[in-house]
Design a protein around this ligand. Sequence first.
Ligand code: K2U
Ligand code: ZN
Length: 173
Amino acid sequence: MSLRQILIHPDPRLKTPAKPVASVTDELRRLADDMLETMYDAPGIGLAAPQVGVLTRILVMDCVKDPELPPRPMVLINPEVTWSSEELTTYEEGCLSIPDQYAEVERPAEVKVRWMDLNGAWQEEHFTKLWATCVQHEIDHLDGKLFIDYLKPLKRQMITRKMVKLKRELARG
Ligand code: K2U
Ligand code: ZN
């Protein structure tokens, strides 16, 4: 298991649609492990492979926030939304690739998602609440979409400018 570097916006790899997984290999299993370790270390409740520079359709999440409850690490390969509710909810979203920036994003309140697990078996689950918001945020990452793409252009440009400045400072070390 090793920590992967999380790419910071703007980065072309964060805007490139990821490719479907052809087969579940040991390398993919190692990537999933590293993504979970990187997510928990951030800390975060979700992480998509493009965020660590791998343009493959795999994401991890664990939206259990109550430390009293057992964690529920999930690995979703080639996930697809098969149903989404008419009802919408608004959540103040953040993103590990856009640090310290938060904005309200409206999404369907509930979604049904179908995916392949690490054993190659197809699963389907009905997500609600934070799980629903998170899985939609992560699937957007696989499609090269960021939560700032839902904001008004001015707000998006302001956040992008802050990230360009941050990356310049980080590069200077
Ligand atoms: O994909 C990511 O960048 C991780 C995201 C996942 C996420 C964003 C918005 C709403 C739900 C999930 C987060 O940065 S993880 C940090 C976090 C933790 C709790 C609530 C919101 C965001
Ligand atoms: Zn994100």
